[in-house]
Design a binder for this molecule. Sequence first.
Ligand code: SF4
Length: 348
Amino acid sequence: MATFDSQKVVNWYHQHGRKHLPWQPISSQKGSKKQANPYHVWLSEIMLQQTQVVKVMEYFDRFISALPTLESLAQADEQTVMALWSGLGYYNRARNLHKAAKQCVELHQGELPQSREALEALSGIGRSTAAAIMSLAFDKPEPIMDGNVKRVFARQFLVKGEPNKASTLKQFWALAEQHANQTDPAAYTQGLMDLGATLCKKSKPDCSRCPIESSCLAKGEDVIADYPEKKKKVKQTTLNLYVRLEACSDDTLSTLQLEQRPSKGIWPKLWFFPLYEVEPKEPPLFVITHKLTHRILQLHVYPQTHTQQNIAIKDSQSKRIQRSELLKYPHPKALTHILNHYDNHHLP
Ligand code: SF4
């Protein structure tokens, strides 16, 4: 069996890797290296933590057009930042991003610092994100560890255990450090991630095109399907929400009555329709199921004619807005789910 050769990943990246993602430098061909914009790399890494590349591309462009520099992010108000994140989910990512931009202005002259330790001291930046910034933006040989890389390593080296368990992570990090590429760190980092995303996929990996097939222990022993170990399924809980939807007098939703959620509980500080504290006696107009990662929401939607006073949010800000202004108000995807359902099924 051949031994793992990081240079093969680098060479493969230069030939086949993804080079046209919006946060990458325009040319990353060997010999004509251009440095990536650290702010772009950081933003994309945070967005990519829980979200697929295709979706991130759309949000990334919008975010960068509105807030083109780290300083503009630091100076923006929270509502603007959250509105740009609306629909991406895991909203703490956006809050931490905003906080970290301010920390950069206070502590690092408005730039991202160029050491892994200083990056990790910023809000929302863990070891892997710091390493990704170090290698992709500053071309330093720092190992990274995202879901794609874990899958490649688990198969290459037959790493046992659930990928996110502390003991398994320790093994991954040790392997990553042992095999870091010193000559072309940015290409190696991006290459490993691309290899995981495009060839070493969860199911049906394309081993015949894989540059490191000859050193892959899982392939050699024909046990690819067993690596990485599957995560134990988290039991999903169901939450019923009773939503008050105030249509206009012509039954359209050209204006929307919204309330800002409290800072604790579901969707902290995002804008959503008012909620009833207890289930109204009348039947709802419709009920839709909205799935979150660990929760299933049953949204029971009641038209305006229900006049119960028992609205759950007492201390929130409440606003009637034009629907065309919705983008300015950070809101969860469940809100657009309700709007789309109403438009498709209940318009006169
Ligand atoms: S040989 Fe197959 S399983 Fe092994 S790393 Fe390459 S794509 Fe993944």
